[in-house]
Design a protein around this ligand. Structure first.
Ligand SMILES: [Zn+2]
Length: 489
């Protein structure tokens, strides 16, 4: 029997926080067990020649929506398959009770085991869930969710408050299927998260969708009166200042409670400014800033397919906003870059700007966008690319160093990237069930040629070669690592 299950030879390994180094890497039992100057090919069952390639840690796509518009099993299957194309080996998906997803509410003690059972055996990546606490009764389940089920991060949607008043929609209490979902709920929610932080001595955090319901309500009326259409109308109905206002409200409550925050999908210069101001105003607070691939790359004018492809919350904005977010990435202000992947079929995107469903996929473009637009075009160091899409999300959500790095003892998850491979994005290339992409026609240089999870080749030059046998990740890992099987000798 060979010493190793798998060896990746002759490549340049991109170590987060260190940089690229020439090294060979070997895996056994799903873990990295050797990093050497030279490993003999005869020592491994399977050898991957990575000459001329970059060996990155598998990406941790920490903003994902499995099962939001389609049944969880089939959505998990097709969309985590799409992740492999982008070098993603772990997804952290959002789940909440209410409209969409399972279209029901109740205690997570009943619903969360169902979510896990529906996902099991259907994911090509490893996976975990962030949970939206939507009702006051669910607040009492936070301790159980952290301590028993492995959920270390939660979500609150600033813009669900008062949406029942919006002229536009079926939203509001019907939508969330909750009792009163407002800042009072958020305050109690934050207090419960902080109690879990203290009890488990780990980063248990709250992710915030920062948009402001009351401003959106009035702006929709205004934009409708002007007769504006398309993605520009959507942008104007949810202007950047309402993101900043939502951030300002939320961070004040976070300061009062000392709740660690992740400000999700910052879409504009103004939102980034709001996040940076919060850090200055509340220096003791832990505030992580996130942006998405589409907010870095697309605008309301350039998204392919217009409203029928590119409607998303928060909306696509302007070229100036794209560049302001890239500047925030380059300055190290933004901590994580994600896809906010939600498979939303063309059929759901029809009916005009107000009726179309928001969201689209992007997980398959994580490394291509960051290597092409970040590294090649803007000089973002390779180590920073690995930090933004792998190490930092792994740290923020309790997976580091099991995930997010290349070290002996870490999971053997890799994206092997050909930095010179140039491809134009097409819907077919992404291996998602989604039948359109607002990135159609986008040219990117630097694509994964192979994706490896737990020492197994999953994706090889455009083809999926692995099985949907990804495992559920209990987080924070430090709390659960003792329960796991040791690496076989
Ligand atoms: Zn999202």
């Amino acid at each position: 029997m060979a010493k190793y299950d798998l060896a990746i030879l002759n490549g340049t390994v991109v170590f987060p926080y260190l940089g690229p180094l020439r090294a060979d890497v070997a895996a056994r039992g799903g873990k990295i067990v050797a990093i050497e100057d030279e490993i003999a090919p005869a020592d491994a069952e399977q050898v991957i020649d990575a000459r001329g390639k970059l060996v990155f840690p598998g990406a941790v796509d920490s903003h994902f929506h499995i099962g939001i518009y389609r049944p969880i099993p089939e959505d998990a299957r097709s969309e985590t398959m799409s992740s492999l194309v982008g070098g993603v080996t772990t997804v952290l998906s959002y789940f909440r009770t209410g409209h969409h997803y399972l279209d029901k509410t109740g205690p997570y003690r009943e619903i969360y085991p169902e979510v896990l059972a529906l996902t099991r055996g259907n994911a090509y990546t490893d996976y975990g869930y962030h949970i939206g606490i939507m009702t006051s009764a669910q607040i009492d389940e936070i301790d159980w969710l952290v301590g028993e089920t492995g959920v270390s991060s939660f979500k609150y949607f600033m813009f669900y408050k008062g949406l029942n008043l919006a002229a536009s929609s079926t939203a509001g209490l019907d939508y969330t299927m909750s009792d009163i979902y407002d800042l009072g709920h958020l305050y109690r929610y934050m207090q419960a998260i902080v109690r879990a932080n203290q009890k488990y001595q780990q980063r248990i955090s709250l992710s915030l969708h920062c948009e402001h319901a009351e401003i959106i309500r009035t702006m929709i009326d205004e934009v409708k009166a002007l007769g504006l259409q398309g993605l520009e109308a959507y942008h104007r109905a949810r202007p950047p200042f309402q993101e900043r206002l939502a951030i300002a409200e939320a961070v004040l409550l976070a300061d009062v409670t000392q709740c660690p925050l992740n400000l999700l999908h910052l879409s504009s210069a103004e939102a980034l400014q709001g996040g940076m101001k919060a850090r200055l105003d509340y220096p003791s607070l832990d505030i992580q800033l996130e942006t998405t691939l589409h907010h870095l790359c697309l605008t309301y004018e350039t998204a392919h397919g217009g409203i029928e492809s590119g409607k998303v919350n928060p909306p696509l904005r302007t070229k100036e906003d794209n560049e302001a977010l890239w500047a925030g990435v380059l300055r190290g202000e933004i901590n994580q870059v994600v896809s906010d992947h939600a498979c939303c079929m063309l059929e759901m995107k029809r009916g005009g700007v107000w009726e179309a469903q928001p969201g689209f996929g992007g997980t398959s473009l994580i490394y291509p966008v960051m290597v092409s637009e970040g590294h090649h075009k803007r000089g973002l160091p390779l180590a920073r690319v690995a930090e933004l899409v792998s190490a930092q999300p792994a740290r923020n959500y309790g997976l580091y160093p099991r995930k997010g790095t290349i070290a002996v003892g870490s999971d053997a998850d890799f994206a092997i990237i050909d930095p010179e491979l140039e491809q134009t994005v097409t819907t077919e290339l992404l291996l998602s069930a989604q039948n359109h992409t607002p990135f159609e026609g986008y040219r990117l240089k630097g694509w994964p040629v192979q994706t490896i999870r737990a020492g197994k080749l999953m994706f090889d030059r455009g083809k999926v070669v692995g099985q949907p046998d990804g495992v559920y990740l209990k987080r924070p890992d430090a709390l659960y690592s003792a329960q796991r099987e040791p690496v076989p000798a």
